[in-house]
Design a protein around this ligand. Sequence first.
Ligand SMILES: [Zn+2]
Length: 351
Amino acid sequence: MEAKISAGMKRERKMDFQERVRRRNEFDAGIAYGVKKFNLLTGRDKHAEYRKKNDNQWINLETGVIDDKFAECRNCPLCGANEFETLFVKCGFPHVKCNRCNLVYVNPILNQQEYEKLWQAEDSWESILESEPQIKMQTLEARYSLDIAELCINNKDDISICDVGCGPGRLLGEAKKRGYYAFGIEPNRRSHNSLREKGIDYLGDFFPLKEEIKKKFDCIFLLNALEHMRDPMQIVLEAKKLLRPSGIIYISVPCIDALVNRIMHEKAGVFGGHSHLQFFSIGTLSVFLEKAGFKVLEYETIITEIGVIKNYLSFKDPYFGDNVDLLDFLTPELIYKNHLARNLNMVGRLV
Ligand SMILES: [Zn+2]
């Protein structure tokens, strides 16, 4: 009972900028551990090796872009136009910008068959997610995301949330501790044991769902999910059906306008081509949410990548170089104030 009262009180309180800075810094691994240390502790060096070996496997060496037999061309996943300029090619995948709506997306992408093969084979990333420092950072981030969502949820009793692409249930586990009803949708079987251990209800499926979910939710989370989807609008429209009236959607995606991307372009780790298929900005994600029937309530960026940027600007390996202690004008406050951190979090309310 006590926990419930304090959670209720917390939700009534706004979080000011300084508090949001402090809380975001807590789960910013580059700040909390240092970039190199965190990447080694979580085994990202092994993942980098794996990527080096595998990321170029679809290239046609004559054309320098992915081979036709693996490729599928597509129109802009936001506005449907087919007019674009190419920003750069990485690992054979052209990253283009829509002339009509400015969305940055990969075109062509891997065809359905190759894409499914890729996801079945991929478990190099999964072991990173299971490392202890990673779990610690994700737990702090989950608590923060839940606090932000609570501020936006109208209903203050019996809150129910659904996490689409919930992985092993880091966010849902935290939600459960707060007394929420927590439900996950996750096709990856490796995560199911962990969900069961936490006593979390889930559906091991993906949109379009084969089974109907009767329950309605106050908040749907789509964390680091939409950038992977071949048709992100279809996913959001399906997720929308699970919301109660005036329910909210909480989205986190890589932000194309992040300072790290503006400086490093294709060298930034977020770009690969085979699994990150589109890159939203504040502008394009707002249009996307409004098109899907939501009103944007708030947004902010997280994960500054200051250490990565400083390394790069000092001619060091951005992700594995020793920490550089200069360029002190680059502060988390500066990055947050100007919405220049790596990920964009946006909350929308169903209208
Ligand atoms: Zn477009």
